[in-house]
Design a protein around this ligand. Structure first.
Ligand code: FE2
Length: 392
């Protein structure tokens, strides 16, 4: 498929879709239905000379088949040559810009598996060049992250014990750093409408992708696990009421607050990318399946507390917060029991049949806690809270 052909195809499909949905802008319609966009959810350099960083080079190389893409071979060679240097800068020197570049790249790579099926980027999903880069980044990233959570993990014998492992999950999810506490208090008591808008837009990328992350955990391990994930998916989809699906509730909330769904993530920091990528690193690698379940369990345990702080802040700012922001109310009222269900219907039954999975579940949970903490730090920095904490 040539780039020209794919553009024609893209225009044709967009036109058909808009005519069908009477949509002037091309990716939404009057019923609030979102359809996958043919354009990828990351920027693509239009000319080879604009492809300078790792993420720009990968985006460019994804945009079409390489024999039709000017300078593709040169860019691919440069990418392979520079990748070890970028990974070293990111994970050995902890250079923030290199970490951001690496995580933007991983985000692009995972988005390929979630893109419009007719988009040219999907042609590369299992291409050796892309799999090689992805494997190298994932290996370097996990080698960087794993030593950081070692001390937080349960012992091998605790991890094999169903009740002890469940107790470990609860204890970890309830832990709060000073920054976590300060950030939630800020939302509850101080954040302005503009600051809340920034918070909601920061959350948008993951909120639109969360049900996909959940769906990736649906592939079979056991019937009990599958049933609980299906139960969660049913909630995500609004229990059969289209307008109550969580992504639609989020879209409705954006509209009622006068906000637009961002085309690309709004983050210019590697931490939120890393938290997002963690779901898809686990979800798109079968060998990380149990880590993925551990990572999905944690938010079910800590989110109710977070959502209550969000709702308290929204009620301080809006007399009609419940109408404007049903998304958050729904998560408090419908989802509070998810955490205990994940423990009793996912974690427990897995350990009973496969005790060796316990440490994997814990690793996924600990990495998720770490990612949540980094995300709070990122938000605290955006809102100028870190200075206040360090001077206390
Ligand atoms: Fe949800």
């Amino acid at each position: 498929m040539s780039r020209i052909l794919s553009n024609q195809q893209s225009d044709g499909l967009s036109a058909t879709r808009c005519a069908f949905t009477k949509c002037p802008e091309g990716n939404a319609n009057t019923s609030g239905e979102r359809v996958a966009d043919l354009k990828p959810s990351f920027p693509i350099p239009q000319h080879p000379e604009e492809a300078l960083t790792l993420s720009q080079r990968v985006a460019y190389l994804l945009s079409d088949v390489h024999h039709l893409l000017p300078e593709a071979t040169t860019i691919l060679n440069a990418l392979h040559c520079d990748l070890p240097v970028t990974l070293h800068s990111a994970f050995d020197d902890e250079e923030p810009m290199a970490l951001l570049d690496v995580h933007k790249t991983l985000y692009e790579i995972y988005e390929v598996s979630l893109s419009h099926p007719l988009s040219p980027v999907c042609l590369h999903e299992h291409s050796p060049w892309l799999l090689t880069i992805r494997n190298e980044i994932e290996t370097a990233w996990l080698n960087y992250e794993l030593p950081r959570i070692q001390k937080k993990l349960p012992s091998e014998s605790e991890a094999k014990h169903p009740e002890l492992l469940c107790a470990w999950f609860i204890e970890q999810a309830q832990r709060e750093s000073d920054i976590d506490r300060c950030f939630l208090n800020f939302l509850r008591n101080q954040a302005s409408i503009e600051q809340f808008n920034l918070f909601i837009l920061s959350d948008a990328t993951l909120n639109y992708r969360f049900s996909d992350a959940l769906a990736l955990a649906q592939l079979h391990f056991s019937e009990t696990v599958k049933a609980e994930i299906a139960n969660n998916m049913w909630d995500e989809c609004g229990r059969g009421v289209a307008n109550k699906s969580h992504t639609r509730l989020f879209t409705l909330m954006l509209a009622s607050l006068g906000l637009q769904q961002p085309k690309f993530p709004i983050w210019e920091d590697w931490h939120p990318y890393a938290g997002h990528n963690l779901y898809f690193c686990f979800g798109l690698n079968r060998k990380h399946y149990f880590k993925g379940l551990g990572s999905l369990t944690m938010p079910e345990l800590f989110d109710p507390n977070r959502n209550r702080a969000v709702v308290a802040g929204l009620e301080r700012l809006y007399f009609d917060a419940r109408v404007k922001c049903e998304y958050f109310y729904n998560h408090i009222e419908v989802e509070e029991e998810h955490g205990s269900h994940w423990l009793s219907r996912v974690i427990l039954p897995i350990i009973e049949v496969q005790p060796e999975a316990g440490i994997e579940l814990a690793i996924g949970g600990a990495l998720r806690m770490e990612a949540m903490r980094h995300y709070n730090e990122y938000l605290a920095l955006q809102f100028g809270l870190l200075k206040k904490i360090s001077t206390v």
